[in-house]
Ligand binder design. Structure first.
Ligand code: ATP
Length: 521
């Protein structure tokens, strides 16, 4: 049987995994059963990017808003009617927590009647089999996959299948969703689903779509990996004008969008997690009038997305101005400025910068300057005992990197000359082995001490403590992410000499090996 918890743990990003822990802690404390559901399960099993976490609880999650905030999540939207809260979890991970519910559609074009339900009933109201699975995160059944419609089989067969014949009639937004998933995964609709889809299209069911569903579908575009392809498919199927009467592919800045997605991937490869959503919306609607953009924004339920989209140009201008000013006069200062800026702003400005100097600085930040990091003489630094175990290591490695960036250290020799004064003294040599009569006397003395200690019971655990301070092997140096120093390693090392001040401008005056000032020249 597949171990879905293991699959979840290896497929989620560290931030998403922490988010699962956070939601689990809050719901467990409230005594609510929790399931990971919908698209998150689909993407975990199929290997696609997991864009957000969909949770379902048996109970009302609206009651947990304060608890989520206390635990470090931000509430970005609330939908009272379906009792759903949208969360922004630490590290840009997005989540929604919904109440397990049934939806009864009584009249076409009217919102359904929502009732609290069990998770099994909830799965029956979903759109497609691949989205109708739930993974239990509860003690006792943790790891159990609920898959009443055999979604796993449809994932394997790579088809999109509705759960029942009236699916598109009940909620016509599923027509748009079907097209969006088909475009994203490049999967066909299952035969009967296709027939129902065609009939729904002909019968103009889409005229009954709810306004709130339009907002959801617009917001969903912001998080597509290839939004242009999705928008093209929506246009072909006639759904783009459902989202807004004036929307056509011609309204999209296709070049900007394509550069944005490439730059985003480049940043992801470097370890950043920029939320490209607001920038994607900006390019998808580039050739709209301000009024049309404002109308679209009004429909979107996630206010955080709307605010970020509204502010994106102003924030980019601000960053651009700073990049042209004194604050970014040198490569090292530019590096510091860009490192402290929000990754989404760096991403947006990388694509929209009007000034060549700004464009070049961001380009250097994302490419050329990173190679300078490779110039840290790591093997020699290890020989000098300048390793991540040293408390000053992160600062020192950063200082050297900054000097290298600014061309103030131009060679390996110069770099080593700068580093040497910061090297800790070597550990004392081990005591020389005793020989002959002296060894015999020492052995007898040791045996006597051991016997005396065995006769006198000391406090428990003392021996264990002594063992714990045995020297630990030195980890290989890793300048980007130094390991935290372990307590045992700290204790086992000889007391370091007074650490020289690692600030660049202050030379390690207490070192007899020379001044940094002299070496910087
Ligand atoms: P994405 O990868 O685009 O986020 P998703 O499947 O997670 O896709 P959401 O819009 O986040 O889609 O919705 C979460 C889940 O809620 C879906 O997987 C599906 O089970 C259910 N759902 C969403 N919209 C509908 C709908 N219109 N009808 C039925 N179920 C829906």
């Amino acid at each position: 049987m597949a171990d879905y918890i293991y699959t979840m743990e290896i497929r989620l990003t560290p931030d998403q995994l922490k988010g699962v822990g956070l939601v689990q802690d809050v719901t467990r404390a409230a005594g609510m059963n929790l399931y990971l559901t919908g698209g998150a399960i689909r993407d975990i099993i199929s290997g696609f990017t997991i864009r957000d976490l969909d949770f379902t609880v048996q109970g009302n999650p609206l009651k947990l808003q304060k608890d989520f905030e206390k635990a470090g999540a931000k509430i970005t939207a609330v939908e009272e009617d379906v009792r759903t809260i949208f969360l922004s979890l630490p590290g840009n991970a997005r989540a929604e927590v919904s109440m397990a519910r049934t939806e009864r559609f009584e009249k076409t074009g009217k919102p359904p009647i929502v009732m609290p339900a069990t998770i099994h009933e909830d799965l029956r109201r979903r759109d497609f089999t691949i989205n109708a699975m739930a993974l239990s995160l509860n003690e006792g059944s943790r790891g159990l996959l609920l898959d009443p419609f055999n979604g796993v089989a449809d994932l394997e067969a790579k088809v999109i299948r509705i759960l029942q014949n009236y699916s598109f009639l009940e909620d016509p937004s599923r027509l748009i969703r079907a097209t969006r998933f088909a475009a994203r995964f490049h999967w066909p609709l299952e035969e009967r689903t296709q027939a129902r889809y065609d009939a729904a299209k002909e019968g103009k069911y889409i005229d009954h779509i709810l306004r709130s569903s339009i907002g959801h579908e617009i917001a969903a575009l912001a998080h597509e990996d290839d939004p242009l392809n999705v928008v093209k498919m929506l246009e072909k199927e006639g759904w783009l004008t459902v989202l807004h009467d004036h929307w056509t592919v011609a309204k999209v800045d296709a070049n900007g969008l394509s550069t944005l997605m490439k730059t985003r991937q480049q940043m992801v490869d470097l370890g950043y997690t920029p939320d490209a959503g607001p920038a994607v919306m900006y390019f998808l609607t580039s050739h709209f009038s301000d009024k049309d953009v404002a109308d679209i924004q009004k429909l979107i339920p996630r206010k955080d997305l709307v605010e970020a989209w509204r502010d994106i140009e102003d924030h980019a201008k601000e960053l651009s101005k700073r990049l042209m000013g004194k604050e970014a006069a040198t490569p090292s200062r530019t590096w510091q400025l860009l490192s402290s800026a929000r990754p989404e702003m760096v991403l947006f400005l990388a694509v929209t910068a009007k000034q060549q100097s700004v464009e070049q600085k961001i380009k250097n930040y994302l490419t050329k300057w990173r190679q300078v990091q490779q110039k840290l003489p790591l093997p020699e630094m290890t020989e000098l005992l300048i390793t991540p175990q040293l408390p000053i290591y992160p600062k020192l490695a950063n200082d050297v990197f900054m000097l290298l960036l600014d061309g103030k250290l131009r060679s390996r020799t110069e770099t080593l000359k700068f580093l040497k004064p910061f090297a800790p003294p070597p550990p004392p040599p081990p005591p020389a082995p005793r020989r002959g009569r002296a060894a015999k006397v020492a052995a007898e003395a040791a045996a006597a001490t051991a016997a005396a200690q065995a006769a006198k019971p000391g406090p428990k655990g003392k021996k264990g403590k002594a063992a714990a301070v045995a020297p630990t092997p030195v980890a290989p140096p890793a300048p980007a992410k130094p390991e935290p120093k372990s307590k045992s390693a700290e204790k086992s090392k000889p007391a370091p000499k007074a650490p020289p001040k690692p600030a660049l401008k202050t030379s390690p005056k207490n070192s007899s090996k020379g001044s940094a000032k002299k070496k910087k020249k």
